[in-house]
Design a protein around this ligand. Structure first.
Ligand SMILES: [Ca+2]
Length: 176
């Protein structure tokens, strides 16, 4: 099937993403290239825009083991995870970040994944797993997840790729 450009749950801020099937061919990542084990049918690419950005805003749980009071007690950790990649020896790439904000919208923490370089991919078309995590900071109420797909090589195709994006919260028993 042809690529699609609307992405449920995400807001396109810049450019136009293309969600491409792993069986699309044309040199794009396939089901046999390195990537997530459970990769579904499509992955994010940057389409034909030099820079494509998407955001997803999340309100942290108000109550419960990962709720606001647990956050303020230092008892919640987050993990940001994604598979990021690119095409052959090109340096087109994907970067994923999460920015936690307090009730005034002021940033209180930031984690960034990628981009995965061509050297890290051994100059082959691939998506590689990247993760980061830390304690959710005091006062955090919302999180903005930002995906940036950037074209740096020649040609029109923005071959920053991403898939299996997740942000998870976990209650901890101590102030680790
Ligand atoms: Ca390219």
């Amino acid at each position: 099937m042809d690529p699609v450009s609307s992405v449920t749950g995400w807001t396109v801020r810049q450019g136009a993403p293309a969600l491409i099937e792993y069986n699309y061919g044309n040199g794009y990542p396939t089901l046999s290239d390195p990537g997530p084990a459970r990769r579904g049918s499509r992955f994010f690419s940057g389409g034909n825009s030099p820079r494509t950005t998407l955001t997803q805003d999340v309100t942290l749980p108000r109550t419960g083991a990962t709720g606001w009071s647990a956050v303020n007690a230092g008892r919640v950790r987050y993990t940001l995870s994604a598979w990021l990649g690119g095409y052959a020896a090109q340096e087109d790439g994907a970067r994923l970040s999460v920015e936690f904000r307090d009730d005034r919208g002021t940033p209180v923490a930031l984690s960034v994944l990628g981009p995965v370089t061509a050297a890290e991919r051994d100059s082959r078309t691939a998506l590689l797993e990247r993760t980061a995590g830390a304690r959710v900071p005091f006062g955090a109420r919302t999180a903005r997840v930002l995906l940036v797909l950037t074209r740096t090589g020649t040609g029109t195709s923005n071959d920053g790729y991403a898939d299996a994006i997740s942000l998870t919260l976990r209650a901890t028993g101590d102030r680790s």
